[in-house]
Design a protein. Structure first.
Lengths: 111, 622, 199
């Protein structure tokens, strides 16, 4: 029972393991990033394009942190990364093309 | 388990236990046969719908069917052929062959596989219950908004279509995940990805197309459902919405969908040609990469279905360029197939004829397709019979011919009997002639101005002759089908028994008996090359000698443990059907169905949690 | 080492890549869900700013309140990984606690959403009011439905654990539940940014 358990663990956690400490650190970073994002909303006179850029960058960072650490992709077989990131790229591209086709960028720039 | 053992031992089973064994099967081969039989049945249904249309159009000012009935016919013909004929026929081949060709004993998730079939069945049922209700879908197979709104389609006809497609989509998605994991994770030792048979490769690309494209139509249909049931404004121009949103979302699905429809047939052709040329596929890696490119680029061409809606020159040009680009890998494949035949020691068979027919007909369809890629040219061709000609050349001349090639090729493996070759030739030539007589004239009709989806036409437009010709061709196609059906009936009783390897094949499925035992491989094969079986028999001509066939290991079949049958797939599918159809009846049925579905899902998962033997069979690592 | 390898090889759930079928299947599913939510998000962005009548987002969205619920969901992801770590080291006491708490935070998020939806309806924004209403409720509603599904899944695992029917040998099942849960969280990161934060 023990050998199959550890073999099972060995088979599914190839490249290492995050510790509980790492998880907590990641959670703290996530909280800080969120706080900055929301805080930025209340900065008077912050130009819109800077705000939008900041939100997009911080959002992407949070996304990447959860995927890499909480979802363990950083430590897992690269194949799983390909299985997820491929569709993610296609989905993002389609969102951007739809936005372009519906003049969403023009509207954003104007407003 | 008892019925399973009885089936294996060949003892006489009662009709009831036979039916029960099919209802609860989790065996990929049986599931494949279920898909195949269903697909053939619905192909006939769709064919009858086409025949009625052809009869109506055979003469001008005809009154065989009304305009409303004609709308229902072309809607159901298209929907049936795409979702209930070609896709499940491809699924039949995926199910039967993928585990065999990669040296596995079943798919990764056998019960999920059964669930996919029963959900498909319930979706087909839901769609056709519209006939019973008298409100048949009539908005075309791509249901453009806002014709499909409550305002313009007040009856339940669009609701049947919408709900039926959602259910069918769920079925396809589940199968997609299953095959992705199976192909990546259950290959026999030594079978690297590049050593996989081409049919497995094309199917692999198709599964990714399915899991990435179906979510788009799922969303399009959800938005439509909310508009129709809850009064949202997604496709309501009066509220500032753009009906083009439907078109974009639909075709983001719809274009990859046509590659889903053609790639399996291309995979089949890539197996049949090398076998009957007694030569490896010419440039196999290039064909593989072309397939991958087609899959990938297929997501970037969707608006070529929308050149006439006014997207503007930038969008038109972008999609025109990407569409022309995608013709390149397709053309490459055609050259590779021809290169396979060139210099081969050709042995003719019905399977080969259908593959040759595929190459010729698909090329014609591809040529008209390249014409459509130009927006100014397409402005004349779109919504005319020229387009109808194009897609029938690629879907019938392409997919159907390719699928029939597969039928004649793998029939002996599946049923242990060879189909009659002379009847096969009758089938082929009648279909070839009938198909071209039906659809080639549609190019002319399109160019002289006949629009698609019209139920009749005036006698003085010059369209009479070719319409009559097309209808005659349709009946020749009927004759070809009768030849096939007769072939099946005749050989089921008294056909020649098929050995394991009737065609001197190249791939792993030919190394096991016809039909295969339930566990497929007594001992898991080890693979050293692409076309490993051929090289094992004959060497590779470059220094690798033939290998002595390994004497069949003495493995007691009873020791090979296969996943047991289960009734949760059909029950869960039934619960899901109650939920989906409830949308047409009452909110209480939806709620009841929802709870039933949740209950069945939990029981389905608990069956797995409590038994350790319900998962996939060990791949024979001993 | 050889014995471990042999043991892993006999596990019918591990395939020729050394990966578990179920874990691979879940990642393929999450890739597909990227396209699902991508289509819904694309729809929202296509119609953003095009409503012909109000109320619009700036008039009705409660950023402070939603920030709290976003934070709650984010922290639930932390509890989820703690639950998995506990189950893996056979600490079922903390495994149960963390599983249950993750479900509680998830339910809390859904609770916030129900409150928000009810408040919006009373303030004059419904599914039928304008494009913002249609796109907002459908996008966030489907996300909320996914969260609800996740909460049910978590509670089911918790119930199994309470009955002593979940242990370290089921770590992979907890991990897969976790993958789904984290995904639902990252989708919210995107939705929260696009609907609530970006003007």
């Amino acid at each position: 029972m023990d050998s199959s358990h550890s073999a099972h663990a060995a088979a599914t956690h190839d490249g290492g393991h995050a510790s509980v400490q790492t998880y907590i650190r990641v959670a703290v970073v996530l909280a800080i990033l969120t706080a900055i994002e929301i805080g930025a909303l209340y900065v008077p006179g912050l130009p819109k394009h800077i705000l939008v850029t900041l939100i997009i960058i911080f959002g992407s960072l949070k996304f990447a942190l959860v995927v890499a650490f909480f979802m363990h992709l950083r430590y897992d077989n690269k194949l799983l990364t390909v299985l997820f990131v491929g569709p993610l790229i296609i989905a993002t591209a389609i969102i951007l093309v739809i936005m372009a086709l519906f003049s969403a960028f023009l509207l954003l720039a104007r407003g | 388990m008892a019925t399973h053992a009885a089936y294996m031992a060949g003892t006489k089973m009662s009709a009831g236990s036979v039916i029960w064994s099919w209802i609860t099967t989790v065996d990929h081969k049986r599931i494949g046969l279920l898909y195949g039989a269903s697909a053939f049945f619905f192909f006939l249904v769709g064919g009858i719908e086409a025949l009625i249309m052809r009869l109506q159009l055979a003469q001008p000012d005809n009154t065989l069917v009304s305009a409303q009935r004609f709308n229902e016919l072309f809607t159901m013909h298209g929907t049936t052929m795409v979702f209930l004929a070609i896709m499940p026929m491809s699924a039949a081949f995926f199910n039967y062959l993928i585990p065999l060709m990669i040296g596995a004993r079943d798919v990764a998730f056998p019960r999920l596989n059964a669930l996919s079939y029963w959900v498909f069945f319930s979706g087909a049922l839901l769609l056709h219950l519209s006939f019973v209700a008298g409100t048949v879908p009539d908005g075309g197979w791509f249901g453009y908004a806002n014709l499909t709104s409550n305002q313009f389609s007040p009856t339940h006809s669009i609701d049947f279509w919408m709900l039926g497609l959602q259910v069918l989509g769920i079925s396809s998605l589940m199968a997609g995940f299953n095959f992705i994991v199976t192909i990546i994770n259950m290959r026999a030792p030594g079978m690297t990805l590049m050593r996989m048979p081409l049919f497995v490769w094309m199917s692999f690309v198709v599964q990714f197309l399915v899991v990435l494209a179906f979510p788009a139509i799922t969303v399009a249909l959800i938005l439509l459902m909310f508009d129709r049931f809850f009064g949202t404004l997604f496709y309501a121009p009066a509220a500032g919405a753009d009906p083009l949103l439907w078109q974009h979302l639909f075709w983001i699905f719809g274009h990859p969908e046509v590659y889903i429809l053609i790639l399996p047939a291309m995979g089949i052709v890539s197996e049949v040609l090398p076998t009957f040329s007694r030569k490896p596929l010419f440039g196999a890696p290039v064909v593989i990469y072309s397939g991958i490119m087609i899959g990938f680029l297929g997501f970037g061409v969707w608006s070529h279905h929308m050149f006439s809606v006014g997207m503007g020159p930038v969008a038109d040009a972008a999609f025109s360029i990407s569409t022309m680009l995608i013709a390149v890998p397709t053309g490459v494949k055609i050259l590779n197939w021809i290169g396979t035949l060139w210099g081969g020691r050709i042995r003719f068979s019905t399977a080969l004829y259908f593959s040759l027919g595929f190459i010729a007909m698909f090329t014609l369809g591809g040529l008209s397709g390249v014409m459509h890629a130009s927006p100014p040219v397409d402005l004349q061709q779109t919504d005319s019979y020229f387009i109808v000609a194009h897609f029938h050349y690629v879907l019938f001349g392409g997919s159907i011919f390719g699928l029939f090639s597969g039928v004649y090729y793998w029939w002996p493996k599946m049923f242990g009997r060879l189909l009659d070759e002379r009847l096969g030739m009758v089938h082929f030539w009648l279909m070839m002639i009938g198909f071209n007589v039906t659809f080639f004239p549609m190019h002319f009709l399109g160019l002289i101005g006949m629009p698609r989806r019209i139920y009749t036409y005036a006698p003085d437009l010059g369209w009479n002759f070719w319409n009559l010709v097309a209808t005659i061709g349709a009946f020749v196609i009927v004759l070809s089908f009768l030849a096939f059906i007769w072939n099946v009936i005749k050989t089921t009783r008294s056909g020649a028994r098929a050995p394991a390897d009737p065609w001197d094949g190249r791939t792993l499925e030919w190394t096991i008996p016809s039909p295969p035992p339930v566990y497929n491989f007594a001992v898991e094969p080890t693979v050293h090359d692409r076309d490993d079986f051929w090289i094992q028999k004959y060497g590779d001509g470059h220094g690798t000698p033939p290998r002595k066939p390994v004497p069949p290991a003495h493995v007691d079949p009873a020791s090979i443990h296969m996943p047991p049958p289960s009734y949760w797939p059909i029950l869960l599918a039934a619960a899901f059907f109650v939920t989906a159809s409830g949308a047409l009846v009452s909110i209480y049925q939806v709620i009841l169905g929802g709870f039933l579905t949740l209950y069945c899902m939990i029981r389905f998962m608990l069956e797995y949690h409590h038994q350790t033997d319900v998962g996939p069979a060990a791949g024979g690592h001993h | 080492m050889a014995a471990e390898h042999a043991a892993a090889v006999h596990d019918p759930n591990i395939g020729c890549t050394g990966l578990d079928h179920r874990k691979m299947g879940m990642w393929a599913f999450l890739g597909s869900e990227c396209m699902f939510f991508g289509s819904l998000i694309g729809t929202y962005l296509a119609y953003k700013g095009k409503s012909i009548n109000g109320p619009g987002p700036h008039e009705i969205l409660n950023i402070p309140l939603t920030s709290v619920s976003a934070f709650v969901l984010l922290m639930s992801s932390l509890l989820m990984v703690l639950a998995l770590a506990a189950v893996q080291r056979n600490d079922m006491k903390w495994g149960k606690i963390w599983l249950f708490m993750t479900a509680v935070l998830g339910a809390g998020f859904v609770g916030f959403q129900i409150y928000e939806f009810t408040h919006f309806v009373h303030s004059g924004l419904t599914l039928q009011t304008n494009l913002f209403g249609s796109t907002f409720f459908v996008l966030t509603g489907f996300h909320g439905a996914h969260v609800t599904g996740g909460v049910i899944w978590l509670l089911a695992m918790w119930v199994l654990a309470v009955r002593g029917k979940l242990g370290p040998q089921d770590s992979l099942k907890v991990e897969i539940c976790g993958l789904y849960w984290h995904f639902v969280d990252i989708v919210w990161i995107v939705i929260f940014a696009l609907i609530y934060l970006i003007p």
